[in-house]
Design a protein around this ligand. Structure first.
Ligand code: BES
Ligand code: MN
Ligand code: ZN
Length: 513
């Protein structure tokens, strides 16, 4: 999809579809309060073309509601598409992202290949963030997980034009427009990885894809396997991969800001750690067959980190970032680890003992690979850590497919992440940590065990990771319920979501300010 930015009167633009945002300006409540529809453009021609249908009451301006008018009188466009953003008092850049996405997903199955989206004019909608959200929404909506469908190739919308108003601040709009493209492409890169089935994306191939992405975006890449795991004494990570014919991959990507000098750099070093289980059968504690095919997305945490790194390489924030991705396939096998086995995690300092872990359930494998990933990131000098993982079904039970779970041992670090969510529009709900929960993962025969029983499963998993993050400021994101959309939404395809890319990126950028 090609994207263009123009500062032209919408009525004069020749296009297949001119999409215009409309909202409900009604502030009164109650049964008699009829919608007071407002088009978010000052263009008199567009207003005239939409006047009759707005007066008809057929279109209510609800969020992502659509109405198409053919041969609109007085416009150069062939069609006028109204897209709702709901109550104007509540509308923000995130509503505009969805509206742009809705416009694309409306035209895509109808064979229309050219859309112009009028950048909203409204006092409460900042033009820069809206331009960014518009491009993000369009590119995210244009993506379909159809790589392996021979009947659905080349269905993309070919041109998407953002029509800004001459009164919009050009610098802000241009920057937002350019950033939106980079960010959405990075999120779509993550979605492509998440969509890949286990036979097409092994840990080795994930390493190759990460290295190719790094080369294209100016990042340093190191991809290691079994030997390095043994050398670093990553006993927890290795224990997951030992039951698979596929070797593990330890992927380390480094971004150094412009003018970086290791001797003089005194800023933060951010560590982005991702769970990269390319397929999770559960291992010897095997999962039931129903829906097991979805466990190809158990590498979505690592995809989120790789997507964020792709954007970081292109947006070049002034902060050092290291990403550590721990990738393995969790399989049952003659060599697989067994319940009751004791593993020794990577020691933080050479010569020190690593934490010992009693394996209660081989399906609680994500925390095992992340344990060593977090330790390694700390050893590499990371001053702040963030991890993302499809870690627990318990998190999905707690928060549903609406919010990811967020955890942190440091208020300031989480505060920055909370602010990043405002920009990204992604939803994360913070859940607690606490020593009481640690009691649940104490083992009789080792330091800790890898499951904490029935209650608070997302939290005991987070507390397990906390042992390895230790006192380094750290955020853990449990994205099990967010990595794969089970339902179609008007603005995005069902399937791989690329959740986390935008928020992790904004969190990183907040350290460069
Ligand atoms: N990958 C799963 C978690 C998961 C579940 C992700 C559903 C996405 C959707 C993880 O490795 C797992 O199996 N967790 C277990 C932990 C349990 C054994 C303590 C779970 O949640 O059941
Ligand atoms: Mn599992
Ligand atoms: Zn898993």
């Amino acid at each position: 999809m090609k994207t263009h930015l123009v500062f032209t009167n919408p009525a004069a633009i020749e296009t297949e579809v001119l999409a215009v945002v409309a909202g409900d300006a009604q502030t009164a409540k109650g049964p008699d309060a009829k919608p007071d529809l407002a088009l978010l453009t000052g263009d008199a021609g567009v207003k005239a073309a939409a006047a009759a249908v707005l007066a008809s009451g057929e279109f209510k301006g609800g969020a992502n509601e659509t109405l198409l008018i053919h041969a609109p009188a007085g416009l150069a466009a062939k069609r006028l598409l109204l897209v709702g953003v709901g109550k104007l008092g509540k509308a923000n850049a995130h509503s505009v992202r969805s509206a742009a996405g809705t416009a694309i997903r409306f035209v895509k199955p109808r064979g229309i290949r050219d859309v112009t989206f009028v950048l909203p004019e409204a006092a409460e909608l900042a033009p820069g963030p809206c331009a960014r959200a518009t491009v993000e929404g369009a590119l995210l909506a244009d993506y379909d997980p159809d790589t392996y469908r021979s009947d659905r190739k080349d269905q993309s919308v070919s041109t998407f034009t953002v029509a800004a108003h001459a009164g919009h601040p050009a610098d802000d709009v241009e920057r937002g427009f350019a950033e939106g493209r980079i960010i959405a492409e990075s999120q779509n890169f993550a979605r492509e990885l998440v969509n890949e089935p286990g036979n097409k994306l092994t840990p080795t191939i994930l390493g190759q894809r990460a290295a190719a992405m790094a080369a294209a975006n100016g990042l340093k890449a190191e991809v290691y396997s079994t030997e390095k795991l043994h050398e670093l004494k990553m006993g927890a990570f290795w224990s997951v991969s030992q039951g698979s014919e596929e070797p593990p991959a330890l992927i380390v990507l480094t971004y150094e800001p412009e003018g970086y000098d290791a001797k003089t750099y005194s800023g933060p070093v951010l560590g982005l750690v991702g769970k990269g289980i390319t397929f999770d059968t559960g291992g010897i504690s095997i999962k039931p067959a129903d829906k097991m095919e979805l466990m190809k997305y158990d590498m979505a945490g690592s995809a989120a980190m790789l997507g964020a790194m792709a954007a970081i390489g292109r947006l070049k924030p002034a902060v050092k970032v290291i990403s550590v991705v721990c990738s393995a396939e969790n399989m049952p096998d003659g060599k697989a680890q067994k319940p009751g086995d004791v593993q020794t995690a990577m020691p933080f300092k050479d010569g020190e003992p690593g934490h010992t872990i009693e394996i209660i359930n081989t399906d609680a494998e994500g925390r095992l690979v992340l344990a060593d990933g977090l330790t390694y990131a700390r050893q590499l000098g990371c001053t702040h850590l963030i991890d993302a993982a499809t870690l627990t079904g318990a998190c999905v039970v707690a928060l549903g497919p609406v919010n990811a779970g967020g955890f942190s041992n440091d208020e300031e670090t989480y505060g920055k992440f909370h602010a990043a969510l405002e920009i990204s529009g992604e939803k994360v709900w913070r859940l607690p940590l606490g020593d009481e929960y640690m009691e649940q993962i104490k083992s009789d025969i080792a330091d800790i065990k890898n499951t904490g029983g029935r209650w608070g499963g997302a939290i005991t998993a987070a507390e397990f990771l906390h042992v390895f993050a230790d006192e380094t400021p750290w955020i853990h994101l449990d994205i099990a319920g967010m990595a794969w959309y089970e339902d179609t939404k008007p603005y995005i395809a069902k399937g791989p979501s690329g959740f986390g890319v935008r928020s992790i990126l904004e969190w990183v950028r907040s350290y460069a300010k």
